[in-house]
Design a binder for this molecule. Structure first.
Ligand code: PNW
Length: 472
């Protein structure tokens, strides 16, 4: 991409605040491979993907991007595309093969080497401690997150990792996307994709619980987050920064006027009652408990204090609008507007497109809960990427998506919303859970037969935007 004429126009470009992080994100199970190497234990995703019929084309993450062995090349590529931050996840069963008990030094050493490599390349490491690959032993012993014991084991693991990696990694996200693994793993999610159509999403461990039981699993997940925050504060070096990475459901106001915006804020607060709202406020909303009735989760005041432990930043994964709203005079003060059948979408079946969600998601965080430091921990899209005859990958739709989304994010920063960084999902094509390898989200194309990596057109866009710290 030509950079010749940028010098004179920089002042008029839509710039981000000084020090804004330009990041890329991945997760352990989706890229590492080496599923049974160096003492790693089984995770629930190893188990789930090895059952025929669970994953498209019966694919799995046994090898994935072979990142466990190729991390040096992958860090060099991240540097090459201009990333200044990298959000990776730590595989719990590499550190504690049985979930608890004796740590596995070789597993920990991989993340120490990765962090060193990143620092050497001038890339700030941000570690996610739980991106869904629960040790299988905890599933077998406790039913996973159905038990409070898993929340406690998670805190022990989180404290240990932050203590061991503390001199190398200063930023942690406890848990990635509460709803995705709780609702998806323990019941299944019916996602509204417009025109009254829903699609069913699910994942490991593939359990189907009743609503009452599901509320208790949600509670254990947010409790695990809170206990992990306390453990990291106790064990990591002073100055270590902590938050979560949540895929909040975002209500969009149909019209940008105070009454519509207020309706959207109310709706967003209610729709996130089981996760974001209780972590930010330390209470379940009256509406959540009233609707649940006898199915309300069991909890104590002390647990609510733990769940809402003060954070250094809030991370949100932003892909799609949850729904649209208009204000009403009757309670709850808003009406949900269905997504139209013809609404534009990106390639993933669930991916309803509206770039404005990148404006409203962080703005709601600031207005509803007074967030003072926000990271977009994921944003991205799948596209039908192919290598052209000239060897390049022309992902024009992803460039459109990036420019539109970052344009809205920049608009939020100019309106005073405190966004400190952005992580594109994902640095590379990888194992997209139940969709297997078909849905490619990367800035870098991966040939899964040869493990060859090819930066796409969107990587060039990202590099230039990062270089200018602006929408380009
Ligand atoms: C996230 N939705 O999941 C996950 O954190 C990643 O591991 C995943 O690869 C990525 O997004 C792309 O899917 C999502 O239905 C799952 O809106 C579902 C949705 C969004 C994100």
């Amino acid at each position: 991409m030509s950079t010749a004429a940028t010098g004179s126009s920089t002042s008029t470009r839509r710039r981000f605040p000084e020090g804004f992080y330009w990041g890329v994100a991945t997760s352990s199970y989706q890229i590492e491979g080496a599923w049974d190497e160096d003492g790693k234990g089984m995770s629930i995703w190893d188990t789930f993907t090895h059952v025929p019929g669970n994953i498209k084309n019966n694919e799995n993450g046994d090898v994935a991007n072979d990142h466990y062995h190729r991390y040096q090349e992958d860090v060099a590529l991240m540097k090459d595309i201009g990333a200044t931050a990298y959000r990776f996840s730590v595989a719990w069963p590499r550190i504690f093969p049985d979930g608890t008990g004796a740590p596995n030094v070789k597993g920990l050493d991989f993340y120490a080497r990765l962090a060193d490599e990143l620092r050497g390349a001038g890339i700030e490491p941000f570690a996610t401690l739980y991106h869904w690959d629960l040790p299988q032993t905890l599933q077998d012993e406790y039913g996973g997150w159905e038990s409070k014991d898993t929340a406690k084991a998670f805190a022990d693991y989180a404290g240990y990792v932050s203590e061991q990696l503390g001199d190398r990694v200063g930023h942690y996200f406890t848990i990635n996307e509460f709803a995705s693994f709780v609702e998806g793993g323990y019941q299944g999610i019916d996602s509204d994709v417009g025109g009254g159509k829903t699609i069913h999403l699910g994942g490991a461990p593939g359990v189907r619980l009743a609503d009452s039981e599901l509320k208790q699993v949600r509670h254990h997940a947010v409790l695990g987050h809170g206990l992990a925050v306390e453990a990291i504060r106790a064990q990591a070096p002073a100055g270590t920064k902590i938050g979560f990475a949540e895929n909040m459901r975002v209500a969009l106001p149909l019209v940008d006027t105070p009454d519509y915006v207020e309706a959207a804020e109310r709706a967003t607060r209610n729709h996130n009652a089981g996760f974001m709202t209780v972590m930010m406020e330390g209470r379940y909303t009256d509406e959540y408990l009233a609707t649940a009735g006898g199915d309300s989760p069991n909890f104590t005041d002390e647990e609510l204090r733990t769940i809402s432990s003060p954070l250094d930043f809030v991370g949100i994964n932003v892909y799609r609008p949850g729904f649209y709203v208009e204000p009403t005079d009757e309670p709850p003060g808003y009406r949900e507007i269905p997504i139209n059948a013809s609404h534009p979408k990106m390639k993933s079946s669930w991916h309803v497109l509206d770039p404005e969600v990148m404006y409203w998601a962080p703005r709601h965080l600031q207005s509803i809960w007074g967030a003072t430091s926000i990271f977009i921990t994921e944003n991205g899209c799948a596209a039908s990427d192919v290598v052209a005859a000239d060897g390049r990958v022309y992902d024009s739709d992803r460039v459109m998506f990036l420019r539109a989304c970052l344009g809205q994010l920049q608009r939020a920063t100019t309106d005073g919303v405190p966004v400190d960084g952005y992580f594109y999902w994902s640095s590379q094509d990888n194992f997209e859970w139940i969709d297997g390898y078909g849905n490619r989200f990367g800035l870098i194309y991966v040939d899964f037969d040869t493990q060859q990596r090819i930066p796409k057109l969107s990587a060039e866009w990202f590099r230039e935007a990062a270089r200018q710290n602006a929408v380009v």
